[in-house]
Design a protein around this ligand. Structure first.
Ligand code: SF4
Ligand code: SF4
Length: 374
């Protein structure tokens, strides 16, 4: 593994949810507050900033250029940005993204260039637009130091992609303590696949989109008792910070207070003690007890489905809502995780139910999901 790919600190500043001056306008980044957050982050010895062509409709890159690039020596920080090629109208537009990002940021090269959200049918667009070879050409030309991709798909998909693209330097994966042994999101398997291919990992969603910072009462009480004064965010981040072969753990910070809190947690970071680990396992078990559908994501139901319904993913989302109680968040996930196989496309043939070893009433569950999320 190329060790020059590792920044000096695993603490990553995610620039997807920056502070705004007008909460209805995603472009209205509060630059003075963001600048203060950047300064706190840099003063604490951290270097990794994560943005993307599409964050804040392009203004995330612009703001990072102003708050960071224009104010610090280039060698004192690293930047990751991403190209959402599958959302672009054609190859020319997709391949123009990197130059636009470099211009917005005010840099001659980006440290980490990611093909953004590969997986599912989106992969075909990266192929069609020749983005894999394009990224390597930009690396050879000195505009990119390391090339990787982010993915929300399963471990088999990750394995297939890394077999096809061994030239990738790293991968960005959704990893957190709730998804670690989750049968649908299988974060542990994703990390194991990356390791088997010798690829270091950038972690996204370490707090599951903030859901692990707002736990149900029982899980919250377990963690608070195990370490009085700790924050729920700290438990989520410590789980990820202490995993091996991790380049960075993204923390999407939106206020100065959040930045201060996360930086203090990182400074005090240490692996879980046996008692803390047991408490975390107890909290996870109490969250899992809230799930409503006993789906193990075995995928048996999917093979014969004439409508291509994303059954395990949809069962997983129903369970996620049961665990977190956050309808809007799960609805947002459904809008893209089930986009290529919505619950409403089920024709009620019943084949899946004959295949399900858990005897789940899949058709009823899909009706509930369609009512809830579509
Ligand atoms: S009942 Fe619906 S989900 Fe199940 S196999 Fe038939 S079409 Fe697919
Ligand atoms: S067959 Fe049943 S348990 Fe297996 S993935 Fe489908 S719904 Fe889940």
């Amino acid at each position: 593994m190329d060790t020059t790919i590792f920044p000096t600190s695993k603490m990553g500043f995610g620039c997807m949810r920056l502070p705004l001056t007008d909460e209805n306008d995603p472009k209205s980044i509060d630059l003075p507050q963001f600048t203060q957050m950047v300064d706190l982050f840099m003063e604490a010895g951290n270097t990794y900033f994560d943005t993307a062509f599409v964050y804040h409709e392009g203004e995330s890159e612009v703001a990072l250029g102003q708050a960071l690039v224009a104010r610090y020596p280039r060698e004192s920080f690293t930047i990751a940005t991403k190209c959402l090629a599958w959302a672009m109208p054609d190859k020319q537009a997709a391949q123009a993204c990197l130059d636009v990002s470099l211009k917005r940021l005010g840099i001659a090269y980006v440290d980490y260039f990611l093909l953004h959200n590969v997986g599912g049918q989106r992969t075909a667009k990266f192929d069609e637009y020749d983005m894999w070879a394009y990224a390597q050409q930009q690396k050879a030309a000195g505009k990119v130091r390391f090339v990787g991709f982010s993915i929300h798909d399963d471990a088999d998909c990750l394995d297939a992609l890394l077999k096809e693209h061994p030239e990738m330097d790293f991968v960005q994966l959704q990893v957190n303590y709730l998804d670690w042994d989750d049968p649908v999101n299988e974060a542990r398997r994703l990390v194991e696949v990356a390791k088997a291919h010798g690829k270091p990992v950038i972690i996204m969603e370490p707090a599951r989109g903030g859901r692990l910072c707002d736990l149900p009462a029982e899980a919250a009480a377990v963690l608070a008792t195990a370490k009085p004064g700790s924050t729920q965010a700290e438990w989520a981040y410590r789980f990820c910070w202490n995993l091996p072969d991790v380049i960075a753990v993204l923390s999407g910070m939106s206020t100065v207070e959040q930045a201060r809190e996360n930086l203090a947690s990182y400074a005090a970071n240490e692996p879980f003690s046996p008692a803390e680990r047991a408490a975390l396992d107890q909290a996870i078990a109490s969250l899992r007890a809230l799930t409503s559908v006993p789906c193990t994501a075995c995928n048996y139901c999917v093979k014969g489905c004439p409508a291509g319904v994303k059954i395990p993913q949809i069962m997983g989302l129903l369970n996620l809502e049961a665990m977190t109680g956050d309808h809007e968040f799960v609805k947002g996930l459904y809008s893209w995780q089930a986009a290529e196989g919505k619950a409403s496309t089920c024709i009620k043939c019943g084949l899946c139910e004959t295949m399900c070893p858990q005897q789940i009433d899949i058709i009823n569950q899909l009706e509930a999901a369609a009512d809830c999320y579509e």
